[in-house]
Design a binder for this molecule. Sequence first.
Ligand SMILES: NC(=O)C1=CN([C@@H]2O[C@H](COP(=O)(O)OP(=O)(O)OC[C@H]3O[C@@H](n4cnc5c(N)ncnc54)[C@H](OP(=O)(O)O)[C@@H]3O)[C@@H](O)[C@H]2O)C=CC1
Ligand SMILES: CC(C)(CO)C(=O)C(=O)O
Length: 324
Amino acid sequence: MRVTLLGAGAVGGWLAAGLARAGVEVSILARGATLAALRGRGLVFRHGEAEEVFRLPASDDPAALAGADILLLGLKSHDLPAALPLVRRLIGRETLVAPAQNGLPWWFFQGFGGPAEGAILDSVDPGGALARAIPAERVLGGVAHVGSRVEAPGVIRLIQQDRMLFGDPSGRHPGPLAALVAALARGGIPASAAPDIRMEIWLKLWGNSNMNPLSALSRADMLAMLDDPGVAGLIEAMMREMAAIGERIGLPIAQDIPTRLQVTRRLGAFRTSMLQDLEARRPLELGPVLGCLVELTQRLEMPAPTLAGVHGLTRLLGRNLGLD
Ligand SMILES: NC(=O)C1=CN([C@@H]2O[C@H](COP(=O)(O)OP(=O)(O)OC[C@H]3O[C@@H](n4cnc5c(N)ncnc54)[C@H](OP(=O)(O)O)[C@@H]3O)[C@@H](O)[C@H]2O)C=CC1
Ligand SMILES: CC(C)(CO)C(=O)C(=O)O
């Protein structure tokens, strides 16, 4: 199996290290300081006191890396539309695209049925270019339950790994799915194949859509937010509004809120990826993580004042800091 990674950041670097450890042929499409670091020292992976270095082929020329079996996406979801020309040049006829990203992915409602069937959301995929170029049949959907960060370009620090899930939304690629998951597991990443990857994505979003924007607004880590009764109440209100959307569109959540919040607690006092972006003065992943839900409620004519309010506040925060 040959894998190319686009987006060698906190999550992409964690996955590339796992695959390389398992002996998979991994190459990386990178740019700027990250590319220079990968070509110089290599991909540096740190966990606790341990450090590993992986010398992997890296280039900013998609032609040099094109046609892998799997194109792993470690970009922020809001960066994907702009990176589509690169993706087009990286994928061959047989390449499957495996996003390891938060938020609702562009392919989510293709072949889904119900009132949201085929929905293309501007907050995720403006104009639908992603949906046309990378249909659900070309995708292995991913969900990363992990906390990691970039310490310096090409240097990844794993804080806590819980599990990495991949799934095959079209049911056409059981072989590549099994091979990817097995390779990650061999490389020390607790990975498994999810029978219903859409539900796993929805459940992950049930955490990110509130924790990430609220962490940007409060500049607080996850435990501090959960331990503050006022913020915890807001988190739960947002979760209830999202659960109501799920009921409406055919994604009823079987878990209760306290159980889901226990999963979040396992990551400890982590500063979410959106807070990391705010602190580094990078654009926020707000559209795919929360704007998509607000857009869905508008289309379905459902009330969601808390989701809309937190979305509005975070959008203004990003705008006022010049991050959009
Ligand atoms: N960090 C975490 O703990 C978690 C993150 N996630 C999710 O995983 C996804 C990735 O997040 P994360 O790893 O934190 O993000 P990072 O910001 O750490 O990494 C994103 C990487 O993508 C690269 N990139 C963006 N555009 C391009 C481009 N056009 N060409 C080449 N490289 C590009 C960036 O490079 P450059 O520096 O050059 O811009 C950067 O290295 C997000 O959806 C996030 O929400 C999920 C679970 C946990
Ligand atoms: C909050 C967390 C760590 C949950 O996995 C996450 O997904 C993120 O930081 O974006």
